[in-house]
Design a protein around this ligand. Structure first.
Ligand code: NAP
Length: 485
């Protein structure tokens, strides 16, 4: 068990804590981390320090300094991939291979944003012989970054790196379940780089107290939140009295459309990975609704059944495991509830095999399941479950595929599998979602914006638009008409 301190940069004030909360390993229920519980008072002090650092340092004005700090951070993260990945698996439960990928991929994301830090630029306009305008791009100020537990390193860095590149200060509130690994990553930034004191503050503690305190605080200029839709709605409501900018990256109920001419050798393993084995289905983009062209439904379901039967469920630290436990006990109970509902309301097509007997009783292990023939208003088909639960529906022709794909309040991600470029293009353009993958799934790049249509979110992260989310423009007009007389 590791007891954490809140990291501070050189010259920063070391905070003494008298209250802690514990994180348990989802694979066996053991306590793995003890984390300082911060409250409203800590948030208040952090906001004052961040505001002071924005005014008293060159951070907001010096892209070269920001790039240097971020490159130092990336180098330190690269040197520490293995221990951080291990801590990630201990707290989240995900497979160690996935954890290693999660940490190592963020090195490139930080480096990409370090490059952007030197290119934050506005525009100028000549508006006539005597008038000239500059549109300057300036940081928002102090950002609250609030992130979830499913991809805690990725999603924290996805928001924090562009926020820093754009010249902001930040308070960073990681999900409680994965606060230890998040502090490990922040410690490298705060204690191993030349970042000016006061620019970044980790805030650990519950969302309802420490998180809420940031949302309502008048000294916070913007909230960058990734998490559940209901939390996003509460944040938007609670941020409104101070009219803060909010960027919300929320949940999904993403469709994967598999056409009759699709390459099933590619589609089936991609589906199995994206909804079952990657983070045990706890990924916002998970294709939880499979829409399959009726003529290949039987063949696809047969292959799916075979593939699910071979998934080895076990501790994420065991390299032989192919699917780990669910991250929290709440999530485990929710998935079991939806699985029972699936048996009651629909037909089990694949999965649902008994779990291996040697799994620890306190582990949050569940069997992957795929259901068909559900009533259209079933909450299994409507709500984000966030686990290895797949719903299957058959369609005939593009129009029905598009109608079914769009029959949801969410619009985060989607995919089309077909060898016909015309079908791929038509369906991709018609789906109302922020991402459409064609013959692939869950590919992310620092250069490319992601975000939600409909109730899956507001704003875009990553890419150039992701940087610009953390800036505001200022119009400065020069009137050069000479004084009269
Ligand atoms: P969550 O319960 O909404 O929590 C997310 C973060 O918000 C945590 O740090 C949480 O703190 C904090 N929080 C909770 N209540 C708060 C409040 N009233 N004010 C301020 N902060 C508050 O979400 P989760 O269960 O961690 O994550 C799963 C959800 O995230 C799923 O819906 C998934 O789809 C979504 N997600 C979306 C994306 C995307 O890019 N669109 C990516 C990944 C996940 P505590 O941990 O202390 O409660």
């Amino acid at each position: 068990m590791k007891t954490y301190k809140i990291p501070v940069c050189n010259g920063g004030e070391n905070i003494v804590h008298d209250s802690y909360f514990d994180i348990t390993n989802p694979a066996n229920g053991d306590i793995v981390s003890r984390i300082p519980k911060m409250t409203e008072g800590h948030v208040d002090r952090a906001v004052s320090a961040a505001t002071g650092a924005m005014a008293g340092t060159d951070w907001a004005h010096d892209g070269v300094l920001r790039a240097k700090v971020m490159l130092q951070w990336a180098d330190k993260l690269e040197e520490n991939i293995a221990p951080i990945a291990r801590q990630l698996t201990l707290e989240n439960g995900k497979l160690i291979g996935e954890a290693t990928y999660e940490v190592s991929s963020q090195v490139g994301v930080i480096r990409y944003n370090a490059g952007l830090a030197r290119t934050v630029s506005g525009r100028s306009h000549s508006l006539g012989r005597d008038s000239f305008a500059v549109v300057a791009r300036e940081p928002m100020g102090v950002i609250a970054v609030i992130s979830p537990w499913n991809w805690p390193v990725t999603l924290m860095i996805r928001d924090l790196a562009p926020a820093l590149a754009a010249g902001n200060a930040a308070l960073v509130k990681p999900a409680s379940q994965t606060a230890g690994v998040s502090l490990d990553v922040l410690r490298l930034l705060l204690e191993e780089t030349d970042i000016p004191p006061g620019i970044v503050h980790p805030i650990t503690g519950s969302g309802r107290s420490a998180g809420q305190a940031m949302v309502v605080h008048p000294g916070i200029d913007m909230i960058a939140f990734t998490g559940d839709c209901s939390t996003g709605r509460n944040i938007m409501r609670d941020a409104s009295p101070t009219l803060k900018k909010v960027a919300l990256e929320l949940g999904g109920k993403s469709p994967m459309v598999v056409c009759a001419d699709a390459d099933l050798d590619k589609a089936v393993p991609t589906l199995v990975s994206a909804i079952f084995t990657t983070t045990s289905g706890q990924i916002c983009t998970a294709p939880s609704r499979l829409l399959v062209e009726r003529s290949i439904e039987d063949e696809l379901c047969r292959r799916l059944k075979e593939a699910i039967a071979t998934i080895r469920i076990g501790d994420g630290l065991d390299r032989a495991s192919q699917m780990g436990p669910l991250t929290t006990r709440d999530q485990y109970e929710k998935v079991l509830k939806f699985t029972e509902m699936g048996h009651r309301e629909g037909h089990l097509v694949a999965g649902g095999e008994p779990l291996p007997e040697d799994l620890p009783a306190k582990g949050n292990f569940v069997a992957p399941v795929a259901f068909a023939n559900l009533p259209n208003d079933s909450s299994l088909d409507r709500e984000e479950i966030f686990g290895p639960v797949l719903i299957i529906k058959a369609f005939e022709g593009d129009d029905e595929a598009i109608a079914l794909a769009n029959d949801t309040e969410f619009g985060l991600a989607s995919a089309v599998f077909t060898e016909n470029v015309h079908r791929a293009w038509r369906i991709s353009r018609a789906i109302k979602a922020g991402t459409v993958w064609v013959n692939t799934y869950n590919r992310f790049y620092p250069e490319v914006e992601v975000g939600g249509y409909k109730q899956s979110g507001i704003g875009r992260m990553a890419g150039l638009d992701g940087l610009h989310e953390f800036t505001q423009t200022k119009f400065i007009n020069f009137d050069s008409i000479p004084p009269q007389g």
